[in-house]
Each structure stands twice: as C-alpha cells, then as structure tokens.
Design a binder for this molecule. Structure first.
Ligand code: GGG
Length: 339
C-alpha cells in the first residue's frame, strides 16, 4: 500500500479495541470489561460515530461470557450504526488446499450477504420465572423480520449480483418451519426479484443450501440469508475455502450515515492467542474491503494481489497447512506490496 494512502487511512480509521486513550489502556474489549464491568466506554459509540470506518479485530475471551462480549461490543456497534449488510466473500486462494476435491478443477467464488440488523439477532426476549426454583426458569428469544429489513438486504444482494460475472441470487430461509418471518422474507424476495429480470434466482432451505455449498458450489454467486443462517453458512464457506482464518468481511451502513466496520470473520481464537499462529489474511482481506468502500478499488486490488502472491508462494500459517508465523506471513505481505 502506498504510504500516502496509509496516512490518509490513519486519519479516518479507528482500530476498535486499540483506541488511543490516556492512562488505563483500551476503551473497548475484554480487558476494559475486566476493569470496568463494561465492554465499551459509555461514550464509545459517540467517539466512533464520526469516523469513516472501523477496523475491528475480534471479540471474545474466556473470562467474559460470550453473549456479554458479543452484545457489548460487536453487535452494539453493528446495530447502533445500522450496519445492516454484512458481506462475506468466499474466495478460493491459490496455494491453499480446499477440502473440496472439486475446487482443484472448478472455478469457485461466491459471496454470502448476511442480514445484519434483525432476524434471529434482534435481541428480543427475556428470561423469567427463576423464582420457581431450580429447573423452573423460562426464556423467550424472538426473531424479528420486517418488510423494510428484508427488502433492503435482498435489494442489496440483487445489486451486488449485477456487478458479478454470474448474475444470480440464492435466497436462503427455513420458511417451511418458520412460517411467519421467513415466509415474509420469501414473499419480499419474490417481489424484489421481479425488478431484476436479468438476475437468476433460487430459494433454497438452509439445510439444502448447506449441502449445496459442499456438493454444487459452482452454482453459487450471491447467497442472501438471515443473520443466523448466513453466519453459519459463511463459516462453512470459509472452511471450504481452506480456513476460517482467510475470510474477510464488511459490516456496511450502505447509506453512509454511520461508519461501516471491517473485520475478519473469525473470532478471537483464545486457544492460539499470543503464540504467533493466527492467520492474518482474513484481517488484511477485510482492509481490502475497506479500501473498496473508500472508493479506492486499485488499492484494494493491490492488497488482494499481495495476498494471492503470498499464498501461492506457500508462505502459510498452520491453519492452512504451513509452518509460517503470523509475523512471517505479514512481512511477506508487506514485501509483496512493495514489489
Ligand atoms: N471478527 C468477528 C468476531 O469477533 N466474531 C465474534 C463472534 O462470536 N461473532 C458471532 C457473530 O457475530 O455472530
């Protein structure tokens, strides 16, 4: 990346979890939680809101319950900043062995578009009746599907499909069992599809789509699904591409009323933290998505090219069958950028 662009970026990008702060360290994250009982400073969103983008690492640590760290930081940012479109490309890189034999001979490349603001992650519900004593508590967790929410993500998927070689959108639900919210989704999908006669469509149940990811991935281009279903499918997709450590993602507020957030799909992987084993490619690929979002597609392409150069020369971390450390792969990426 040209230094001038990096400098520009640094003016606009805040690395969540590593906010500059006075005494006491970071303003976000599990360390902050250990000190304050909160995942984020009370004015954390206020501090973030005027930046163009947030470059996020990962959240989760064994000393903090997962639902606290997720809701207190990542989901709080996504929901408060209406980052309703989560883009998760499934990209097969040269030099990385896929568990799919088909990948050796077939061009595979698709994008999972995750509805990122409602659905199963609406956060609606509660726990009650613990007063009944052990075994007596109840919990309700409701999924929320709004016509507005379904329509905007489905239109986003169709618009994205129009930019791709294969103009196709696969809509994923479980509407045979979830007869209210997901049937609404299916109805909106049919209505929106009529506005895009040049784009192929299919509606597939999530169980069948899981099988299709493995058996017929060459038939995929844009896959749009609700929050939970797309989260699960995108993990499957990145595992098929070789490793969760490779997968990049963008949490977009397409209207640009708020900053968008770019992060590797993977979580914090506490089992390998601090050992120099983590694959940096998901994070670097997310920076490429951020450059694209800034209207710098040439710089994004340079970064993606550097990733391909490094993977094809076999400088790989352990998760993709190599022996290189995080630092060695990062240095190789910087070297490829400077060549
Ligand atoms: N960089 C992504 C990340 O930190 N993910 C943590 C996680 O557990 N996410 C679950 C989810 O977003 O559904």
């Amino acid at each position: 990346m040209a230094p001038v662009v990096l400098e520009e970026l640094l003016e606009h990008v805040l690395v969540a979890g590593c906010l500059p702060e006075g005494p006491g360290g970071c303003l976000h994250g599990s360390d902050y939680y250990a000190r304050t009982g909160k995942m984020m400073a009370d004015d954390g969103l206020e501090q973030l809101k005027d930046f163009d983008a947030i470059y996020f690492g990962a959240v989760g640590w064994p000393t903090v319950p997962d639902h606290i760290s997720l809701w207190g930081l990542r989901l709080k940012i996504c929901q408060s900043f209406d980052q309703w479109a989560n883009i998760r490309p499934v990209h097969f890189l040269p030099g990385i062995t896929s568990p799919l034999r088909k990948a050796d001979t077939t061009e595979l490349d698709w994008v999972v578009v995750r509805e990122n603001s409602e659905g199963e992650y609406a956060g609606l519900g509660g726990r009650n009746l613990s007063g009944r004593g052990p075994g007596g508590e109840v919990a309700v967790q409701s999924a929320l599907f709004t016509e507005v929410g379904c329509e905007r993500i489905i239109r986003f998927a169709f618009d994205l499909a129009r930019t791709r070689t294969r103009r196709k959108v696969s809509s994923v639900t479980k509407s045979n069992a979830q007869q209210y919210g997901m049937v609404l989704w299916d109805d909106v999908f049919k209505r929106v599809a009529a506005d895009y006669p040049d784009v192929e469509t299919e509606s597939v149940l999530v169980d069948a789509m899981s099988a299709k990811f493995v058996l017929h991935p060459e038939d995929l281009s844009v896959v749009v699904a609700s929050n939970l279903n797309a989260d699960i499918l995108s993990d499957l997709g990145s595992a098929l591409a070789g490793s969760l450590g490779l997968a990049a993602s963008a949490n977009l507020n397409p209207e640009r009323r708020f900053p968008s957030m770019f992060e590797p799909v993977h979580g914090s992987a506490p089992d390998i933290a601090g050992q120099g084993l983590a694959n940096p490619i998901g994070a670097v690929g997310s920076a490429a998505l951020m450059l694209d979002h800034f209207g710098l597609p040439d710089h994004a392409a340079r970064l993606n090219k550097a990733i391909e150069t490094v993977t094809s020369t076999g400088i790989l971390t352990r998760d993709v069958g190599g022996t290189a450390s995080t630092e060695e792969v990062t240095k190789a990426l910087i070297g490829a950028l400077n060549n």
